[in-house]
Design a protein around this ligand. Structure first.
Ligand SMILES: [Fe+2]
Length: 379
């Protein structure tokens, strides 16, 4: 039984498929003003796909501007620097090309550009946002699903935490899902971001905020990840697998936009904030242990997933599949492998216990002692 009244956000238009990057010219052509700002990172800008996007933008713009986002998850200072760079530019449309970090940075720039609001206002919450620049998101990783969510994550190094900013205006207007964009994704990034996508769809399906809309995206996303992630990891030339993973990632973002992640993400954030563990890797470490903690409170939902996956002919229970998948992707499974000292676990648990925005969605009550127990079990 669904527990809460739900709402859902969606981008206005989504293009999907090999070669769909050509649709960018339709998006650009439909706009009255053609002053375009590309937000990407240096590594993506250098790829063949990145160069194609840049050429397309240059040839369809009256004025074209480019800013480079930081390679990792953006800090408050990095967003403020980008904001200063773009403030005053006569741009009328922002195009985000990259992983979740570039897309999150571009989302915040779309809201801040030309606005009296500062990033600190957004971090403080409860502000009236009166408008935004149109935003097109083109993901180059298959994991974060940021192209479909109303969320942006900012790292606050002085407090050693990551903070989520959530607002409907952070949902991109247009999304282009072209699997050619993920062709050059390094294997370890494909693995960890792929498990991040799996965390999104599984957590949203098991969340207290699950609803018929999020279930539709989450259920399909779960099937797609289990049938495709290992294939995409083993063979980047497996076009069908990469295509399925990009779609699964988008479905994860769409599920988040009407449901919400749970304790897996809550426990992952302090690992990023304190020890700079990449978001996907942190979730990959925690997904199975948190699911096992929650197991007794979500049996009927787990059985639904089992039935769904068994229709493919393999009746291995989902949590067993999950453990096998993470192992096959050669992802570290121990916090000590990431040089996290054992004595840090108590303060990590304290930080995670404060993330009530996500813990409140968890299917089973979870307190600081439970969280410490989970961290200890994977140290
Ligand atoms: Fe995530």
């Amino acid at each position: 039984m669904y527990q809460q009244i739900a709402s859902a956000y969606f981008p206005s238009q989504v293009f999907f498929g090999f070669g769909s990057i050509a649709s960018l010219s339709n998006i650009l052509g439909s706009r009255r003003s053609r002053n375009n700002l590309l937000v990407t990172d240096a590594a993506v800008a250098d790829t063949q796909f990145g160069q194609e996007v840049r050429q397309l933008l240059e040839s369809h713009s009256d004025q074209f501007f480019l800013v480079l986002a930081p390679p990792g998850e953006p800090t408050r200072a990095q967003i403020e620097t980008l904001h200063q760079q773009v403030e005053g530019l006569p741009c009328s449309h922002i195009i985000a090309l990259g992983g979740g970090s570039s897309i999150d940075a571009a989302k915040l720039l779309a809201v801040l550009s030309g606005s009296p609001l500062t990033l600190d206002d957004l971090l403080g919450g409860n502000v009236q946002i009166s408008g935004k620049l149109p935003l097109t998101a083109i993901p180059t990783t298959a994991g974060t699903g940021s192209e479909a969510t109303p969320n942006a994550i900012v790292t606050l190094p002085e407090r050693q935490v990551k903070q989520g900013i959530v607002h409907p205006y952070l949902v991109p207007d247009y999304v282009v899902l072209d699997p050619d964009a993920t062709r050059t994704l390094p294997k370890h990034v494909a693995a960890s971001t792929g498990i991040d996508a799996l965390a999104h769809v599984m957590e949203c399906f098991l969340s207290r905020k699950a609803n018929p809309v999020s279930d539709t995206f989450a259920a399909r996303g779960i099937s797609l990840v289990f049938s495709s992630l290992l294939r995409a990891y083993n063979d980047p030339d497996d076009q069908e697998a990469r295509s399925s993973m990009l779609l699964a990632s988008f479905m994860g973002g769409s599920a988040i936009a009407s449901s919400g992640t749970t304790a897996v993400h809550a426990l992952a954030y302090p690992l990023g904030g304190r020890f700079n563990i990449p978001h996907g890797l942190a979730n990959a470490l925690l997904l199975a242990p948190v699911c096992f903690f929650n197991q007794d409170a979500m049996m009927p939902r787990l059985k639904e997933i089992d039935r769904m996956l068994a229709s493919g002919g393999d009746d291995t229970p989902v949590l067993e599949r999950l453990t096998l998948l993470v192992r096959s992707l050669n992802i570290p499974s121990r916090l000590r492998q990431l040089e996290i000292p054992e004595e840090a676990l108590v303060s990590l648990a304290r930080d995670a216990a404060a993330i009530t925005r996500l813990l409140d969605n968890n299917p089973k009550p979870i307190g600081e002692a439970d969280i410490l127990g989970i961290y200890e079990s994977i140290w």
